[in-house]
Design a protein around this ligand. Structure first.
Ligand code: ZN
Length: 285
């Protein structure tokens, strides 16, 4: 099943994208895609409910805005440098264990919303990533059991301001958390839709030119390992997002580096998870 949310920012309603591409409004089911939805078997209940109610669900207009396909989660945990070639282009060593950082959940926007280049930014960069949505509380989970804690997968662009991230004192979080730096969606594909999340192609284009083109088969640490690893340090709650890192081809790695400017169009996608598109705009008060 493909979960979507649609409508005006902050007032989105839950929906489902059907196999034929049509989108339906499932507000009548009575639950939005929250921590309790994911944690209390909401996906299975919604599937069951649709068997008898699908024909009564209103069709969603094709032109309506998509929001992020889940309500704001308790956290976004990101894995850094999870593809060897990207570590090299970033001028960093290939890590011996996952590098973790947080991204503020206030950065979340819809998949096709504008990217706002932050105030004072000169080095806003892109990162196509596979994100994991947690379905069941995970604390000290073994690698072999890790996928039981996953609800599904979603496309994420982990926008990053490289000066805020790397040139100012402190942790990466400052360069990762600006408003609009986490476009998520178009939909969450529930786990049953993706036979092997560790073998999906992913790509990103800048103004129509393909600059990231890789596969999650190149992960240094696969999804099972990452979920298990993070759960040794914190409890992952249903609805939490883990973003699994970006492959080679970010602006930082170009010689000379390439950073985003107003008017740039960034499009990205992952096999089985659809695509998204953002236009870069200037910050205005
Ligand atoms: Zn990233």
């Amino acid at each position: 099943m493909k979960l979507i949310r649609f409508g005006t920012a902050g007032k989105e309603k839950p929906g489902v994208q059907l196999e034929n591409g049509n989108r339906i409004d499932v507000s009548a089911f009575g639950q939005d895609y929250t921590e309790s939805f994911f944690g209390e078997n909401g996906i299975e209940q919604l599937k069951k409910w649709l068997k008898t109610h699908q024909s009564e669900c209103p069709l969603v207009d094709k032109n309506i805005r998509l929001g992020a396909p889940l309500c704001r989660p308790s956290k976004i945990v990101c894995v850094g440098l999870n593809y060897a070639q990207h570590a090299v282009e970033s001028g960093m060593d290939v890590p011996s264990e996952p590098v973790l950082f947080f991204k503020a959940t206030s950065a979340i926007v819809g998949p096709n919303d504008d990217l706002v280049i932050p105030k004072g930014s000169k080095k806003t960069d892109w990162e196509v990533e596979l994100a994991v949505v947690i379905g069941k509380k995970a604390s000290y989970v073994k690698e072999k059991d890790a996928l039981e804690h996953v609800a599904g997968y979603v496309l994420h662009n982990d926008y990053s301001e490289r000066a805020f991230q790397l040139e100012q004192e402190g942790q990466w979080v400052k360069g990762k958390s600006c408003d609009t730096f986490a476009p998520i969606g178009p939909f969450i594909a529930t786990k049953d839709e993706i036979s092997d999340p560790n073998n999906l192609t992913l790509w990103l284009t800048l103004n129509g030119k393909k600059i990231q083109n890789s596969s999650t088969a190149d992960f240094i640490f696969n999804i099972q390992y990452v979920v298990s690893y993070i759960s040794q340090f914190m409890t992952l709650l249903p609805g939490d997002i883990i973003s699994t890192g970006t492959p080679f081809g970010v602006g930082l790695g170009f010689k000379p580096p390439v950073y985003l400017k107003p008017g740039d169009v960034i499009a990205l996608g992952i096999e089985g998870l659809g695509s998204s598109k953002q236009t870069a705009v200037s910050y205005t008060n």
